[in-house]
Design a protein around this ligand. Structure first.
Ligand code: NAP
Length: 278
């Protein structure tokens, strides 16, 4: 079984991006908007800002109180949309439930939408048009390509239908000519789909959800899930039973997670270049 080493691959991507950003010869800023005090968000934001610093990019955190009103978030996005130094805007999810998250994402100028969550970015991706692509799905495809794992003609069982993982990943996989079955909590007989798949991508968020007996021999398993068990970060995969069955497997941590951060910075670089054209 081969471990798909997202940490190593992302480090290579980031090394190259550092040179790319330096060659722009100008200040690039990423604005990160965080509303509230969600603990997991704080960890993700710290790691994104740290990577910005390592790449010589300014990461500007706008930390708003959990009682912030939707209009205030929209006003901040509007200000950042018009700030020429800000090349990317990242609105950290989840937002407090009183705020319409989709409305806020959609208010971000698509040119600065480094998470690829605006209607324009999502629509372009669905139509196969060039766009900023959401980071986790993009990172998964990049990792598979790095290891020369073919997608064309392969059957993929994708367990997730969320806007940030499942739907964009579905679009990317079909544009790579894979045959995709999208499963979710209402899917009946999930094992039927996982056992018939060449590639299983699990983004459920339940520890030990994927067991070896759900897979066919030699399958490729991408573990997107993140859960915390006794303070330890774990994925969806039961490593003990899956590792003898799988040909390739992503670890958690060190698989899809670091690829996501690398793709965010790659999107920021693309966004900076595109904005310079105007
Ligand atoms: P989400 O919206 O809660 O999606 C979970 C998906 O799992 C849903 O589609 C849900 O189905 C499905 N599901 C739940 N129980 C199931 C079951 N018993 N059988 C089959 N499907 C089931 O969460 P998300 O935001 O997409 O994130 C998913 C996981 O990925 C989380 O653990 C998150 O932390 C992780 N994640 C990791 C990264 C990374 O960079 N590594 C990035 C993003 C997310 P329904 O649609 O029917 O509810």
């Amino acid at each position: 079984m081969v471990i798909l080493d997202g940490k190593k691959v992302s480090n290579e991507i980031l090394e190259n991006l550092k040179k790319d950003f330096a060659s722009l010869n100008k200040k690039v800023s990423l604005a990160v908007i965080w509303v509230g005090n969600d603990e997991a968000s704080s960890i993700y934001i710290k790691s994104k800002l740290k990577k910005c610093e390592e790449l010589g990019i300014e990461g500007k955190l706008y930390h708003l109180d959990e009682n912030t009103k939707e209009e205030e978030v929209l006003a901040l996005i509007d200000k950042l949309n018009h700030d020429d130094y800000i090349k990317g805007i990242l609105l950290q999810s989840p937002l407090p439930k009183e705020i319409d998250e989709i409305k806020c994402f959609n208010f971000i100028n698509p040119q600065k939408d480094v998470d690829g969550f605006s209607n324009v970015s999502v629509g372009n991706l669905a139509l196969g048009r060039p766009t900023l692509i959401s980071c986790t799905p993009k990172g998964i495809i990049r990792l598979l390509k790095y290891y020369n794992i073919p997608l064309e003609g392969k059957s993929v069982c994708l367990i997730n239908r969320s806007n940030i993982v499942g739907k964009p990943l579905f679009n990317l996989l079909i544009s790579e000519n894979a045959t995709v079955t999208m499963c979710h909590s209402k899917t009946q007989n999930l094992e039927f789909f996982t056992r018939n798949a060449d590639i299983v991508i699990s983004a459920v968020g339940k520890p030990n959800f994927i067991k070896g007996d759900m897979l066919k021999e030699g399958s490729i398993v991408i573990d997107v899930g993140i859960s915390r068990v006794n303070g330890k970060v774990v994925g969806d995969v039961d490593y003990e039973s899956v590792s003898p069955k799988a040909l390739y497997l992503t670890p958690v941590p060190g698989g899809v997670g670091p690829m996501t951060v690398a793709m965010l910075l790659e999107n920021l670089y693309e966004a900076s270049k595109n904005q310079d054209k105007f």
